[in-house]
Design a binder for this molecule. Sequence first.
Ligand code: BGO
Length: 267
Amino acid sequence: MSVKIALAGNPNSGKTTLFNALTGSNQFVGNWPGVTVEKKEGKLKGHKDVVIMDLPGIYSLSPYTLEEVVARNYLINERPDAILNIVDGTNLERNLYLSTQLMELGIPVIMAVNMMDVVRKNGDIIHMKQLGRKLGCEVVEISALKGEGIDVAAEKAVKIARGKYAEAPVHKFSEAVERGLEEIETYLSPAIQEEQRRFYAIKLFERDDKIKGNLAAAPDVEHIIDRLEKEEDDDAESIITNERYSYITSIIDGCYQRKYKGDMSAS
Ligand code: BGO
């Protein structure tokens, strides 16, 4: 059975380097329909039945740039069998912002922490097992440039894609937000699959109009959003963003040991 793996990550995370290493000359390049955003896909070397779809480099799944819209629509509508999320290990904190969102889609995720040659050279340490445990997904260290770890990452992505097994996200928002999201979920059409309900609830909470447009009948949940905004004294989108950042900070604290902290204030 053929499977599709989407390669997703921030710009400059090494996505192109990894894509080229995984697919070699076995690539097809075009544009995403209706837009001038490059679309690249290729067969995974040694696997005739595994297609790697290279998504545009993005920082978030919010629908503010063309690239974000293209990547998000692909993930929601085409639902690849797995996501290979490449993150820049020298910039873990910033890159995890996208990862937290990818993990909410209900699609199996493998994380490849790239630039490990640089991380090691800097004397920094990333505790991969702990990172994986905290994120609720498998984490593999790689250097796309040197070709290190990429076969392991690819094999794990193929395995998880064939298994169609998405771990439930381990991250929970604050109690109040979780209650609100649960309530929103009850308003969603039963036609929406179980593994996608959380994603849609979060997007409805954020008043994401493009997602509303995607739903056959978007429920009116404004009273729930209003109530939470009053309780939290913040707007819905900021509530979610802040929750993501505090979650990421809690992850980084236990998993990333920097040799030099780079404290600029001491100068
Ligand atoms: C330049 N290790 C190291 N050290 N570098 C890496 C690795 C890695 O594992 N992976 C990627 N890079 P893209 P996006 C460059 O182009 O794949 C480097 O945007 C340069 N170019 O070689 O393009 C990679 O597709 C001149 O670096 O990322 C590239 O995600 C001087 O990270 C950059 C130095 O990789 C971005 C680097 C003219």
